[in-house]
Write a protein that binds this ligand. Structure first.
Ligand code: 13P
Ligand code: SF4
Length: 365
């Protein structure tokens, strides 16, 4: 039986999409769960059964008994949902082009090369714990599973790093250098003990002495959205609003996080702003869809939320999930057809699950 093509959905307006998404959700009932990341646009976000940051949504995927897990987020999130859910469950990403440019900055070949180069000093498995940020491909999670390593998210990076240091003396942290550096700094690790591994250079562009002196070897990756926030944005805001507070995502550069009052995952940012007293003013350094939604909701509680950059920093891949694609996958499911399934090969899923389960255990309340 042929699937219903996407083309027949593209000319629908938002109201038509809304009506049909609601009807499809009703028809699928408990067989379906829709997970929505905080960066999703409002037209999609409002249809999610559960919303959250990467850690919260991973837990939700692991606990859900639904037959279909439709992930309104990006590719690595749907992969995690597939890895952590049961054999009979199906993870679906409404648009396969919804990737993560930071995740793409590390690949298995480069990481294996780094592991090999780091083994020149001593066998890397004896002295380094690999940590992959959840924003990475499944085969890198599998690499960590194979090498005594672990996955982290923006909300548990400190606990994961502590665990990693209890295993071995050093950490190789990929792909986000900022999350690694900001978390290391919060733990009191001096900047000079956190070196950057340039994956385009032999031995990461580092000398053996630099590697030996390092506690954390940071992959030379970053998020192009969060990279745009600058310390000057905070300085300007503080000049205008000396009483105002600042909260940033740990994917922001070190100098931005240093100037912030609070640092946290998307879920933490929302919770912190919501828990602040009426009249509080916030400058928020993270993706625009989250900030706009938070600003609107906060106004109702007499709080003021400002966006950190003068230009709009949107995650263009998160934005690819639109109501048309959501409706397309749902109406196909109603017809008994699966489109855009994300399936991780069992030989990758098993070690990746190991690294993810270590993370869930380390970060359990
Ligand atoms: P959170 O886990 O904080 O939601 O972050 C995910 C992400 O991709 C941020 O850019
Ligand atoms: Fe990836 Fe950055 Fe988008 Fe998050 S905001 S999904 S890290 S590109």
């Amino acid at each position: 039986m042929d699937t219903i093509p996407i083309n027949s959905f593209l000319s629908l307006d938002d109201a038509q999409c809304d009506e049909r998404i609601i009807a499809a959700k009703k028809a699928l009932g408990t067989r379906l769960v829709i997970l929505g990341h905080h960066y999703q646009r409002e037209e999609v976000f409002k249809h999610a059964d559960y919303t959250g940051d990467s850690l919260k949504l991973s837990r939700q995927a692991a606990q859900s008994g639904a037959e279909y897990i439709v992930f309104c987020g990006v590719h690595f999130m749907a992969e995690v949902a597939d890895i952590l859910s049961g054999f009979q469950q199906t993870a679906i990403l409404p648009d396969l082009a919804a990737g993560c440019s930071m995740a793409d900055m590390a690949n298995l070949k480069n990481v294996e090369q780094a592991w090999h180069d780091l083994s020149v000093i001593r066998k890397a498995d004896e002295y380094i714990t690999p940590i992959t940020y959840i924003n990475s491909a499944a085969d890198l999670k599998a690499f960590c599973g194979h090498h005594g390593g672990i996955v982290c998210t923006s909300s548990n990076a400190e606990r994961v790093l502590k665990w990693a240091f209890s295993q071995r003396e050093k950490v190789l942290f990929f792909p986000d250098q900022h999350l690694g550096r900001n978390t290391g700094a919060r733990m009191g690790i001096p900047l000079e003990q956190m070196v950057v591994w340039d994956f385009d250079k032999p031995q990461g562009g580092l000398t053996q002495v630099q590697i030996q002196a390092a506690k954390i070897i940071l992959w030379d990756g970053f998020c192009s959205v969060h990279q745009q926030f600058q310390p000057e944005h905070i300085e300007q805001y503080r000049t205008t609003y000396p009483e105002g507070k600042v909260i940033s995502h740990p994917e922001c550069p070190y100098e931005v996080c240093q100037k912030s009052d609070e640092i946290g995952s998307t879920e933490t940012i929302i919770k912190t702003v919501k828990a602040s007293p009426p009249g509080t003013r916030w400058l928020v350094g993270t993706e625009v869809n989250l900030v706009n939604r938070l600003a609107q909701e906060s106004l109702l509680e007499d709080k003021f939320v400002h966006y950190m950059a003068p230009v709009v920093c949107m995650c263009s891949t998160m934005y690819r999930i639109d109501p048309h694609h959501l409706l397309w996958v749902l109406e196909n499911l109603v017809e008994g057809k699966i489109v855009n399934q994300i399936k991780v090969l069992p030989k990758i899923a098993a070690p990746a699950r190991l690294a993810l389960e270590r993370m869930l255990e380390v970060s359990s309340p």
